[in-house]
Ligand binder design. Sequence first.
Ligand SMILES: Cc1ncc(COP(=O)(O)O)c(C=O)c1O
Length: 355
Amino acid sequence: MDSGNPQCAADIVDLRSDTVTSPTDTMFEAMRRAPLGDDSRDGDPTVRALEQRAADLTGKAAALFVPSGTMGNLLAMLAHGARGGEVFSDAGAHLFNSEIGSVVTIAGLVPRPVPSYRGAMQEDALGQAIHAASSAGRPRPALIWMETSHNGAGGTVPPLAHMARVHALGRDNRIAVHVDGARLFNAAVALGVSAQEIAAHADSLMFCVSKGLSAPVGSLLVGDAALIAQARAFRRFVGGNMRQAGVIAAASLVALDTMIARLRDDHESAGQLARGLAWLDPAIAEPGHVQTNILRIDVSGSTQSAADWASRLKTQGILVQASGASQLRLVTHRHIDRAAVERTLLAFSAVVPKA
Ligand SMILES: Cc1ncc(COP(=O)(O)O)c(C=O)c1O
């Protein structure tokens, strides 16, 4: 397995996202050898193998390969038949903030943000919101939405017990529960459980292979057979039909075989970064909050905006993402090694204002 990123100049440390990871040599080799077919006609054998693997890994009956996490989430909303109802999630959910409003404009759902703590909805508040939605004049409660790991909250991972209680709330109120598990395996590694144990608390779940797992393209939506059959039809509806998609499914299979266990290294790098940054300035980083590969750096105490910090770091070859006026997002991944962590800390030490 190679570890370099040919797209990235050797002197650049790219912490903007784990989506910048490039395929390994083993993935390219698998892509070249993959048995192929017309996925939307008779089925592509490599895509079928990937869908079966995804279903097995998550303990669900069926899976659907889709080009992106956003499409997987969208198909879940459509396939659950939730149109016209309310979807409950925390205000920082990727669904509400980074999917161009498809929740409203395509899925036809009414977003109902629920007060949350570090990305996990407060259970009492969720119960009250469901109860309120059941009253006259409000759309019907239609879907409960959790995210793990939680991107906007800084890669946080809701405890399994919380997910179980939210799922039970859904079951008691006959509301389906979807989990946006774009980084499902980061969450599983952080909790020390299998992906299946997390997916047990979801009626449908989407996970991405294109992020820290280093596959070039793709996400999977898993659920029961009827739901996935619906989602397959909706995939055609939104233009997501694929043909010899085994080329990318082959890389995804390698990702699932070889890339899950090493996510632990990315979490360790994120922890090292957080500890180093907190040492430079305790106000900007909270090492105790770092559970996976995402760090949110708070620069609100500085006179400079997050965009200023990002551009000053860039002059030193460190790429980070400014998020709003006062936050930076740093994401560790396969191309961030110990030397990259040290270079990043050195660059920050020149940028952090001296007390
Ligand atoms: C939590 C979460 N959900 C969904 C997505 C969407 O995935 P994609 O970029 O493949 O559409 C992302 C992407 O970063 C994400 O972080």
